[in-house]
Design a binder for this molecule. Structure first.
Ligand code: PLP
Length: 377
């Protein structure tokens, strides 16, 4: 399969998004989760056509997005979604916070599993809750730890499936056990499945709502924004599969759908409907980058260890053997001019780690590892 090209770095530096605007021009930016590939052609066409129509108003309350997602989910994951049970929200963060506002009373515990996507630590208190951490063990859900936490009757559990930053696609067995615990202790699961389309060759995505018993306790958040690089267009979806969880979503602010980006809806429909072929090329390209990073690390930075991700375009690198006082992120930034996400942002378990974005060209990845290796000596 043809791998996806990446524009030359001078062209990438013309972009106005966070990845390319936050750091000085001599820094290779590999932190924030944006990818460097050009947009999928069907997405480009949908957005170009909208600009040509001056079609920049509010999103219309039509079922196109829900139907496109349902068709994609059935084809890709054998997940039957009722389009009537899909609610558009501005982004996954907004969706999680609004759901937690419904599920949580002030000060209620909400469980998360660090190391995890840093905003999880902020979304819980934003909704009035209090974070309870049940860290992953060897990159996997700690089911015994979750059972102990669930026995305290938290208001909710926010799952990351697949898990950012470790890139793990939780297995059906693990999710079945998790759902069993959630049902036994009456804990709603808010499952952030934004990375679902990014499960790489060799692994399988299990949508939480395909697990027996999950419908009554879980909601899923899915979006085209990570896999098709549409984060700035502001569109995600909440999916339910029971009246019980639909009632929770029914209590979201009535204006929620009006806060969604119209371009996000148009791009999401194009991505889910016609973006499958491009997605397959993306997954082959990310598989290639994952293998390349493995070779580069073994060759140039053998003191850095990692478990290659099963999903996402993110690599979670254990740099503790480098033993720098300021932490590896600062070392690689200050001496190497490579920007990476600092591990401690993902929770205490991230000390000594950095997260690297591999959604870029082989050249940039090679240059980044060269610079990191030079900085580490
Ligand atoms: C697990 C996870 N959830 C949510 C987001 C952000 O999604 P959104 O921009 O839709 O809020 C990200 C972004 O990288 C993510 O990795």
């Amino acid at each position: 399969m043809d791998l996806l090209p990446v524009p030359p770095i001078e062209v990438l530096r013309e972009r106005r998004s966070a990845k390319w605007r936050v750091h000085p021009a001599d820094v290779l930016p590999l932190p924030v989760a944006e990818m460097d590939f050009d947009l999928a052609p069907p997405v480009q066409e949908a957005l170009r056509a909208a600009v040509e129509r001056s079609d920049t108003g509010y999103p219309a309350p039509v079922p196109a997005l829900a139907e496109a997602l349902a068709t994609f989910a059935a084809r890709r994951w054998s997940w039957e979604i009722d389009p009537g049970a899909v609610t558009a929200v501005a982004d996954v963060g907004v969706g999680v916070v609004e759901l937690l506002r419904v599920l949580t009373r002030p000060g209620d515990p909400v469980v998360i599993c660090p190391p995890v996507y840093p905003p999880f630590f902020g979304w819980v208190p934003e909704a009035g809750g209090r974070v309870v951490e049940v860290p992953l063990v060897d990159g996997r859900l700690d089911l015994a730890g979750l059972e102990r936490a669930f026995a305290g009757h938290p208001a909710a559990f926010v799952l990351c499936n697949p898990h950012n930053p470790v890139g793990r696609a939780h297995t059906r067995d693990e999710l079945t056990a998790l759902v069993g615990l959630a049902a036994a202790y009456g804990v709603p699961i808010v499952s952030d499945e934004i990375h679902a389309p990014l499960v790489l060759p060799g692994a399988t995505f299990t949508p939480i709502l395909t697990v027996p018993g999950a419908a009554a306790v879980a909601v899923s958040l899915v979006s085209a924004s990570k896999a098709w690089n549409l984060a700035g267009l502001k569109c995600a979806t909440i999916v339910t599969a029971s009246t019980r969880m639909a009632t929770v979503v029914g209590r979201l602010p009535v204006d929620t759908p009006w806060r969604v980006g119209h371009f996000g809806v148009l791009a999401g429909v194009a991505a889910f409907t016609d973006g499958g072929e491009w997605l397959d090329r993306l997954l082959a390209t990310l598989d290639d980058r994952r293998a390349l990073l493995g070779r580069l690390l073994a060759d140039k930075l053998p003191m850095v260890t990692w478990t290659p991700p099963e999903a996402t375009f993110l690599a979670w690198l254990d740099c503790s053997a480098i033993g720098t006082g300021a932490g590896p992120r600062d070392l690689f930034f200050d001496k190497g001019r490579v920007a990476l996400e600092p591990g401690p942002r993902f929770g205490a378990a991230g000390s000594g780690y950095v997260r690297m974005n591999v959604g870029t060209s082989a050249e940039i990845l090679e240059a980044a590892v060269e610079r990191m290796a030079a900085a580490a000596v």
